[in-house]
Design a protein around this ligand. Structure first.
Ligand code: UTP
Length: 293
């Protein structure tokens, strides 16, 4: 039987300090790229990969995310009364099926590993996906779907991987793939934010994971890693010799929307591809580039 993943965790408990003051009263995950919040892209990607249950690990000040995925009766009534059919359809598409969405609070932002561990009782004893909304991926086949296809065949742990320049390896979790090439590579080792010059490769882990539930036991040790945070990478590394573990060099472009320039680039790239806005956006970019030169 093919392996299947039904549940996804969306860790949204971070502080978003790099976007202050924009994120003082609004979660980073609600920042819009063109016309939809970052978290909506992540949820849509999960839906496209067959995910049925959506678990958000939230923190203080994140209630806008709960409101976003809920009915807004007044707004829907108003749009219906004004016959704004398209806007109403867009709004209804954001909804998730009742009972298939859950929220759990990460009381302290102790790191990504800790956020994932906070969802352990809701996930239970089955494989699950993790999506970080600030990694936005533009792809013909959604990134998590590409990974779910690999998971269906191979099982075990599957993480998204991307080549990065030498000078950037110290910003990421880095994969030791034992020199293998190709789209699907065995993971032989993982190291979080290696010091300059000590990275085992240029293959970085980005914010998409399909993990086996045993990772919760490892996270339960609550050991602090790089930056004094409980790191998901460290817990995953302990599964490598016990379970199948693969990195998928996915097809697509990833934008780091946790960073201002990355966020700006994502807005430009998505606007250029947008059905209605694309031509206008391209003209605008040509005009601004012309003015600047
Ligand atoms: P980041 O490292 O980008 O941290 O987290 P951050 O707090 O969100 O943002 P900055 O650096 O202060 O601007 C990567 C992902 O892990 C989640 C974040 O929400 C983001 O999706 N995260 C991080 C948690 O859910 N909890 C944590 O304790 C830390």
């Amino acid at each position: 039987m093919a392996h299947r993943v039904r549940k996804a965790i969306f860790p949204v408990g971070g502080m978003g300090t790099r976007f202050l003051p924009a994120t003082k009263a609004m979660p980073k995950e609600m920042l819009p790229v063109v016309d939809r919040p970052l978290i909506q892209y992540a949820v849509d990607e999960a839906r496209a990969a067959g995910i049925e249950q959506f678990i958000f690990v939230t923190g203080r000040g994140k209630s806008a995310i709960e409101d976003h995925f809920d009915h807004s009766i007044e707004l829907e009534n108003l749009l219906e009364a004004r016959n704004k059919v398209d806007a109403l359809a867009d709004l209804r598409e954001t909804l998730l099926p009742p009972g298939n969405i859950a929220y759990v609070r990460q009381q302290e932002p102790l790191g990504l590993g800790h956020a994932v561990w906070c969802a352990r009782n809701l996930v239970g004893d089955e494989p699950f996906a993790v999506l970080l909304a600030d990694d936005l991926i533009q792809a013909d086949t959604p990134c998590l779907k590409q990974m779910a296809d690999v998971f269906a065949e191979k099982g075990g742990n599957v993480i998204a991987a991307m080549e990065v320049p030498d000078e950037h390896t110290s910003r990421y979790g880095i994969i030791d793939a034992g020199g293998a090439s190709g789209d699907v590579r065995p993971v032989k080792g993982l190291v979080e934010k290696p010091q300059a010059g000590s990275a085992p490769s240029n293959l970085a882990v980005i914010g998409r994971y399909i993990l086996m539930p045993e990772v919760f036991e490892e996270l339960g040790r609550q050991e602090k890693g790089a930056g004094g945070e409980i790191q998901l990478t460290d817990a995953m590394a302990r599964l490598i010799d016990r379970q199948p573990f693969h990195g998928v060099a996915f097809q697509g472009t990833r934008f780091d929307c946790g960073d201002k320039l990355g966020f700006l680039e994502a807005n430009i790239a998505f606007a250029m591809e947008h059905e209605d806005l694309g031509p206008g956006a391209r003209d605008m970019i040509d005009r601004l580039a012309g003015d600047a030169s």
